[in-house]
Design a protein around this ligand. Structure first.
Ligand SMILES: Cc1ncc(C[n+]2csc(CCOP(=O)(O)OP(=O)(O)O)c2C)c(N)n1
Ligand SMILES: [Mg+2]
Length: 357
């Protein structure tokens, strides 16, 4: 017996939970303008998230998937991408979408059950939210194949959850991306839970990043609560993909601090102590500590930022709540060129009910 191949998985972290920066950190760690821009959006997203949950609780929004705790991963991915790249999200990566210019009111529209929320005002080449788990992997690989065939210098970036990596579509997309050297970056958001299924029951693998090995592509793990590490690692992968260097799988290790969605109650299956422990590693406080050490942040600026974000969120909520009501016909539009009789009947029925409610 001899060893025919050996592999290793690297882990990237520059900013630890206490806000200490590693000496090996890239230039970005001192780029205060860029760090402030990212921190600002992380703060906005957190505030938006809390507001969306309140809207759901008061009957003004449908089921909503919170992004609490994922801010560094989502914003870091958004910031690392080029505007002409294509994003294939799942259903909670608002930080990446807002960085790309999607309005908060669009996100609220979507979760309010209005399809116009999927009709983004910016980054119009990006995919809409994708609830069927892992199906977005095929979209990400497919669009990367189109880019390669057309000789475009851009890439696709696809999000996937830890639970999603157990799906066949996950492996199929990685495989084709490796075989055809596609300009595709896949980011696993390992938040440790897939609704009530913990990562330990999900898979026996030591890391999710090593799932790249079978596809013959680089796999790397990153501290998903360290925005500098996420931005740097995704940035390198995007640059390589855009230059024809092929795909990368990145596992961002973070934690879902919220319930799965507003339809879930995580206290029924998750220990309070685990969540409390995870709060000690959350992403906002460490970048704030770093910015404070760089003398570009203090209490007064924090208060100002919070007030500014609250105003922006309120304006988005007003825009959402004052949107004209969509006709029930919209549910049936764009499904068939010539709708079958069963759908015509349902459309009629919906019209009748709409008049009554
Ligand atoms: C194909 C498919 N199976 C099951 C579901 C139901 N479902 C919705 S979210 C979810 C868990 C996903 O967990 P993960 O991939 O870790 O993403 P997270 O919600 O943690 O971000 C499941 C099973 C679905 N939406 N699609
Ligand atoms: Mg998960």
């Amino acid at each position: 017996m001899k060893t025919v191949a050996e592999f290793e998985i690297k882990y990237c972290q520059f900013l630890d939970a206490e806000g200490n920066i590693a000496s090996s950190a890239p230039e970005l760690a001192r780029d205060t303008a860029e760090l402030l821009k990212m921190y600002r959006l992380m703060t906005l997203v957190r505030m938006f998230d809390a507001k969306a949950i309140n809207l759901q609780r008061t009957g003004k929004l449908g089921t909503y998937a919170s992004c609490l705790g994922h801010e560094a991963t989502h914003v870091g991915v958004g910031a690392a991408k080029h505007p002409d790249d294509v994003l294939a999200p799942v259903y909670r990566e608002y930080g990446a979408q807002l960085w790309r210019g999607v309005k908060m009111s669009k996100i609220l529209l979507y979760w309010g059950g209005d399809e116009r929320g999927n009709d983004f005002n910016a980054a119009r080449q990006d995919f809409a939210w994708c609830v069927p788990i892992a199906s977005q992997m095929a979209h990400g690989a497919g669009v990367a194949m189109a880019m390669k065939m057309r000789g475009e210098p851009s890439c696709s970036v696809t999000f996937i959850g830890d639970g999603g990596t157990s799906e066949g579509a996950f492996y199929e997309a990685l495989n084709i991306a490796g075989a055809r050297e596609l300009p595709a970056v896949f980011v696993i958001v390992n938040n440790k839970w897939a609704i009530s299924v913990p990562i330990e029951s999900q898979t026996a693998t030591r890391t999710l990043a090593q799932k790249a090995i079978a596809a013959g592509i680089p796999g790397v793990q990153v501290d998903g609560n360290d925005i500098i590490a996420v931005r740097h690692t995704v940035g390198e992968a995007v640059t390589r993909a855009r230059r024809g260097g092929g795909p990368t799988l990145i596992e961002a290790v973070t934690y879902r601090l919220s319930d799965h969605t507003t339809a879930d109650d995580a206290s029924r299956y998750r220990n309070v102590s685990e969540v409390q422990e995870a709060w000690r590693r959350e992403p906002l406080s460490r970048i704030r500590a770093h910015l404070t050490k760089l003398h570009v942040w203090d209490e007064a600026r924090e208060e100002m930022l919070k007030a500014e974000c609250a105003r922006e969120v309120d304006a988005a909520v007003d825009e959402y709540l004052s949107a004209d009501k969509q006709s029930t016909d919209a549910m049936f539009d764009h499904l068939f060129a010539r709708p079958p009789n069963s759908l015509r009947e349902q459309r009629e029925m919906a019209r009748r009910y709409a008049g009554r409610h």
